[in-house]
Design a protein around this ligand. Structure first.
Ligand code: HEC
Length: 152
């Protein structure tokens, strides 16, 4: 036996080994059905691109855009709830000269200026009265309800 044929034998054995490994891997990953055919539908599913491009006109974009998400209806707090949580601390006993809750003498001159003006001042704050009366998340309507609650 010459060196050449030994080399040929060894490389053939190597090739066969590689072929077995590849075949094994193919059967493992792709799977083989009993008929030896690969089911095309599952194959197509597997090789689907991750994303798909829609060209203009292909899809009715306007119809999709017209679908509005359900409006988030923020339920506003009652005047009493806002007052109790944020205003009562000062206004119930008149801390730092705050007009006392439901005290006509304290509120009458202020109410003369009109509710709109009181809401405006409540939002911006005045003297010892902090902006929004410490209710940072209060809307103007909620502040108005709270003022109405303490000026009854
Ligand atoms: C830290 C104490 C404090 C808190 C809390 C507070 N106030 Fe006041 N508020 C005052 C003081 C003091 C005044 C008087 C300010 C002045 O006339 O100089 C006042 C005055 C007001 C006035 C009259 C403003 C004017 O133009 O005369 C309104 C309206 C008012 N507060 C609304 C509110 C509302 C609504 C809340 C709660 C959301 C609130 N306040 C919470 C201290 C407070």
């Amino acid at each position: 036996m010459s060196d050449n044929s030994l080399y040929f034998k060894n490389s053939m054995a190597g090739l066969i080994a590689v072929a077995i490994v590849i075949f094994g891997a193919k059967t493992f990953f792709v799977g083989s059905s009993s008929s030896g055919k690969i089911d095309n539908s599952t194959l197509e599913e597997r090789i689907q691109p991750i994303g798909q491009v829609y060209l203009e006109g292909e899809v009715d974009v306007a119809a999709i855009a017209a679908v509005k998400p359900k409006a988030v209806v923020k339920k506003s707090r009652s005047g009493e709830a806002v007052y109790t949580a944020s205003c009562a601390g000062c206004h119930s006993i008149g801390i730092a000269g705050a007009p006392k809750t439901n005290n006509k003498a304290d509120w009458a001159p202020r109410l003369k200026r009109g509710m709109d003006d009181l809401v405006k001042v409540a939002i911006s704050g005045k003297g010892a009265m902090p902006p929004k009366g410490t209710c940072g998340t209060c809307s103007a309507d909620e502040l108005r309800a709270a003022i109405e609650h303490m000026t009854k």
